[in-house]
Write a protein that binds this ligand. Structure first.
Ligand SMILES: Cc1cc2nc3c(=O)[nH]c(=O)nc-3n(C[C@H](O)[C@H](O)[C@H](O)COP(=O)(O)O)c2cc1C
Length: 209
């Protein structure tokens, strides 16, 4: 399938059939997430990969009782850093220096600009910036899942504070932002499966400037 066929095939499944997604396909989707771009390259988020049936069962009521949570094969939780700290920046600089085989000192100006950026914002502003970066990875995951013919439902319909508590995210310096059940559609029981996509008209979406 080409990219447009994959994007037409995908939809936000409301019901899944519990079938397992093969691990190579999951790994491809996770690698696409890892390869997603982010501002400054910092990737200020983590993605929790939940397979445990009991945990998914506990999460369902926190997510407006949406059936896909429990019927999915894997549940991804996109969680952004709750702040951007000097420790995060130091780790990123050391990692960049190591991957690119260069002295960390050569990245001093870059490091200072990152430190200034983070220090010039409140914790909440840093979190919101981190959450926007997480959304880029989230969108990338949706496209990767479609390319792999795996259903994926983008989800904001959940109580983040309660989920953070359940998953102990505060201790990890994270706050949940979005969810994405991965699995296979239950087309017979999903009211949305056969409805045409609604998208804004080209002339309204794209403005010639
Ligand atoms: C950020 C975001 C949050 C969403 N939250 C939910 C959700 O909690 N539950 C749900 O069933 N669909 C959710 N959706 C799905 C949208 O309603 C859906 O993507 C949109 O109507 C377009 O339809 P399609 O994805 O089926 O093509 C969400 C989508 C996005 C991008």
């Amino acid at each position: 399938m080409n990219i447009l066929d994959s994007l037409k095939w995908r939809y936000a499944s409301k019901r899944m059939n519990g079938q397992r997604v093969p691990s190579d396909k999951v790994e491809t989707i996770l690698e696409a997430i890892r390869l997603a771009p982010s501002s400054m390259g910092l990737q200020p988020y983590s993605v929790l990969v939940i397979k445990d049936e009991e945990l998914k069962k506990q999460i369902r009521p926190i997510a407006m009782n949406q059936a896909q949570i429990e019927e999915s094969s894997h549940l991804l939780v996109f969680a952004a850093w709750d702040n951007v700290t000097p420790e995060h920046i130091e780790e990123f600089i050391q990692h960049t220096a190591s991957v690119r085989n260069m002295p960390a000192e050569a990245l001093a100006d870059f490091k200072n600009s990152l430190l200034q950026m983070a220090a010039g914002r409140t914790q909440e502003q840093n979190f919101n910036w981190a959450a926007r970066q997480a959304y880029i990875a989230f969108g990338t995951a949706l496209v990767a899942a479609a390319a792999e013919h795996v259903d994926a439902t983008p989800m904001e319909g959940f109580d983040a504070a309660v989920l953070d508590e359940l998953l102990n995210l505060k201790e990890k310096g994270l706050r949940s932002v979005t969810l994405m059940p991965l699995g296979y559609r239950d087309a017979d029981n999903d009211w949305l499966a056969k409805l045409p996509k609604v998208r804004r008209q080209k002339e309204k979406l794209f403005l010639e400037a």
